[in-house]
Design a protein around this ligand. Structure first.
Ligand code: COA
Length: 251
């Protein structure tokens, strides 16, 4: 259990909080494992009707911890916790709602593509900086984003990797509703409660129907990306990009 993920369950809602605000909620291997365990547990717990994920403080998440990218490159078996998390995230049977403030970068943006509802602050900022880091898209984003926005827009977001803000995320369909900064958690909780008040079996079966068509393609994308991503972590391009980030402000 990572100290950097907080969980509490209230009125049928499992709230998972990325709790590492001094690092902008960058996600570590332990955090992936804890999130993975929490989702597996929730699937077996009839008292949990909805899962809500958000970030402590002013940000959702700045993505994978870049220090740990370096460690994973040296010990690729460490990637198994990431893959296990992506597996349960992409096949999760219960409704998953996200409340987004501030930065949503890398996995902080790609995990949203698996959520059923995303509520975000107007000034939230989304970014898929994989190529800039010498990497390739992950979490089935190479499949899900083109499906959502078409090839050209997905190319722009995933390959150019420039950040964009709440209004654009709303316009392209990554976000359901915007709110004022500081209100994303409350709005996400409002929607989580609305979903939790509906007949549980009908919600679960309906989510399954909505996701059914894409499920095989998502799993294939996860495998394809995972293979290439693992290799890219050891590439010179990625090593240079990680070092550039980690040595910022040191010269
Ligand atoms: N991995 C590891 N540490 C991270 C991090 C990440 N993904 N994102 C932020 N941090 C750390 C910073 O190193 C810094 O640590 P320090 O205080 O010990 O120096 C702290 O979090 C605060 O970040 P900082 O960069 O000073 O804040 P900022 O407001 O200037 O910028 C971001 C915020 C998120 C825009 C910037 O940190 C960033 O670009 N992070 C990397 C995002 C990324 O590429 N993620 C990988 C996606 S695949």
């Amino acid at each position: 259990m990572s100290e950097f993920v907080r969980e509490h369950i209230e009125s049928g809602i499992q709230v998972l909080c990325l709790n590492r605000s001094n690092k902008k909620n960058a996600v570590t291997i332990d955090m992936y494992q804890t999130l993975c365990d929490a989702l597996h547990k929730a699937e077996l717990d009839d008292s949990i009707k909805v899962t809500l994920i958000h970030g402590e403080g002013l940000n959702f998440s700045s993505g994978n911890d870049i220090n740990e990218f370096v460690q994973i490159a040296q010990n690729p078996e460490k990637m198994s916790s990431v893959m296990a998390f992506l597996q349960i995230l992409s096949s999760y049977k219960k409704p998953l709602v996200a409340g987004v403030e501030g930065q949503a970068i890398g996995i902080g943006a790609t995990l949203l593509l698996h959520c059923d509802m995303v509520l975000a602050a107007r000034n939230s900022r989304f970014q898929f900086p994989f190529v800039q880091l010498g990497l390739v898209p992950e979490a089935a984003s190479s499949h899900l984003l083109p499906l959502l926005v078409g090839h050209q827009k997905a190319f722009e977001k995933l390959i150019l990797g420039e950040g964009f803000y709440g209004q654009e995320a709303l316009d392209i369909g990554m976000v359901n509703h915007l709110c004022e900064p500081g209100e994303a958690f409350d709005l996400a909780l409002l929607y989580a409660n609305k979903i939790a008040a509906l007949p549980v079996e009908a919600v679960t079966l309906s989510k399954d129907l909505l996701k059914y068509r894409a499920q095989d393609d998502v799993q294939m994308a996860l495998m394809r990306e995972g293979r290439i991503f693992k290799d890219r972590l050891r590439s010179q391009e990625a090593r240079d990009a990680f070092m550039a980030f980690l040595s910022r402000g040191k010269s």
